[in-house]
Design a protein around this ligand. Structure first.
Ligand SMILES: [Zn+2]
Ligand SMILES: [Zn+2]
Length: 410
């Protein structure tokens, strides 16, 4: 059985998820204004849930919670263990930075190198840039709200509108996206506050990690093959677990599917607690702060935001998904498959077709027809979107692509 949408019986689990996330936000953020805005946003989401799905008591909820919480430490250990090989360069570079700090610290005492690195500025800069882009998208969705509703009424989303205005759905998607963005930042933020990185540590990390990654992927080492294999396998496994377990779906991943399938919702394809968990199990905080907050953070957000626009005719439009053969839209339109994000011509896409995903299906045919109607698109590109990939799992992508994937996924 797969969980793809919330029901009225999930109200209590959803409320627990939002409340837990609110506590984490309150602990991580030092700005009282941001904490108040975050709690107000969470209260708004709970009210929207009630308006859309209603609320009903389910006697299974305590059992789901108790079993899920009891098993959770094992899930975390499992995630950390399976990522261990991929994360080893990160750990190595962090150790090098700590040793460098230890060796040079006393001789550089009092200089700029020993001063605390101002990570808060990067946090605010990242949040401001991503939120500004998301707000621009929000304005276009609100301006075309009637169009948004009429397009979505052609899909399975017509069943989820309820009595709630389309503008509320759009606002829910926007708030979901902003809170998801925050979920990917607060784990590292807590770590930086506790570990107080110095300028010297930041510079060592900024130089060593990209250089080590570049060397690894260019030398086609055993390590790089291992990371690639793990990536193909684990990405789908993690996502499948998020939809097969009621605890994982309702508390961790579900927010990513409860809002309309628009660019507004996206930030790394995760729900709130899932985002926090992801940054911990992938040890994101060990990266250089600048690399994480600016390069990786902005790139990953941009790709994920634009790659989640499945309402043709509204900014940022669906051309990127069309040209990259990104079939994730089917997953947001009620199909469990494909479980892996991104273009179907990438080497890992056949893992989804092997699980039974057919690229030419009722959802993707609607998508291409709707793009043809509301955006200009080449007929050959539209047809290619529905064709099976020519690649196999064994195909190797370019070193550049591998590097990009590694930077945006680990
Ligand atoms: Zn999903
Ligand atoms: Zn998604």
């Amino acid at each position: 059985m797969a969980y793809l949408t919330y029901t009225d019986k999930d109200f209590a689990l959803y409320a627990v998820s939002l409340f837990t996330y609110g506590l984490l936000l309150s602990f991580a953020l030092s700005s009282v204004a941001l904490i108040v805005v975050s709690w107000s946003a969470l209260a708004f989401l709970l009210a929207v849930f009630f308006a859309k799905h209603g609320a009903a008591w389910d006697a299974k909820v305590p059992g789901v919670l108790l079993r899920g919480v009891a098993h959770y430490p094992l899930d975390l250990l499992h995630d950390l263990r399976k990522s261990a090989v991929a994360l080893s360069p990160l750990i190595l570079c962090y150790l090098v930075a700590l040793v460098g700090e230890g060796l040079l610290g006393s001789s550089l005492s009092g200089s700029i190198w020993s001063k605390p690195f101002p990570f808060e500025y990067l946090f605010w800069g990242h949040l401001a840039l991503v939120t500004a882009f998301r707000t621009y998208i929000l304005v276009d969705h609100l301006r075309k709200s009637a169009h948004v509703q009429s397009v979505l009424e052609e899909t399975s989303w017509r069943r989820h509108f309820g009595d709630v205005s389309v503008r509320v759905h759009i606002l829910q998607a926007y708030i979901t996206g902003v809170l998801t963005n925050l979920s990917l930042l607060i784990g590292p933020l807590i770590f930086y506050k506790l570990s107080q990185p110095t300028v010297l540590r930041e510079v060592i990390l900024l130089v060593t990690y990209p250089v080590l990654l570049f060397v690894i992927f260019c030398t086609k080492s055993v390590f790089s093959k291992s990371v690639e294999t793990d990536f193909f396998r684990f990405f789908g496994e993690d996502h499948e677990r998020a939809h097969k377990s009621r605890f994982q779906f309702t508390l961790f991943h579900g927010q990513h599917h409860d809002a309309i399938p628009s660019a507004l919702i996206a930030s790394d394809g995760v729900g709130f607690l899932e985002g926090v968990q992801k940054t911990w199990t992938r040890l994101h905080a060990l990266q250089s702060v600048s690399l994480f907050m600016l390069l990786r953070g902005l790139c990953a957000n941009y790709v994920d935001i634009v790659g989640h626009q499945y309402i043709p005719g509204v900014f940022p439009y669906c051309k990127l998904s069309l040209h990259l053969k990104n079939h994730h839209m089917a997953h947001h339109m009620g199909s469990l498959l494909p479980l892996r994000l991104g273009p179907m011509d990438l080497p890992y896409a056949p893992l989804d077709t092997q699980q039974g995903y057919d690229l030419d299906n009722v959802r993707t045919r609607w998508f291409t027809a709707s793009i043809a109607q509301h955006e200009r698109a080449d007929e050959a590109v539209l047809q290619n979107y529905l064709q099976p990939s020519q690649n196999s799992v064994a195909d190797r992508s370019s070193a550049l692509l591998k590097t990009w994937r590694a930077l945006t996924s680990f």
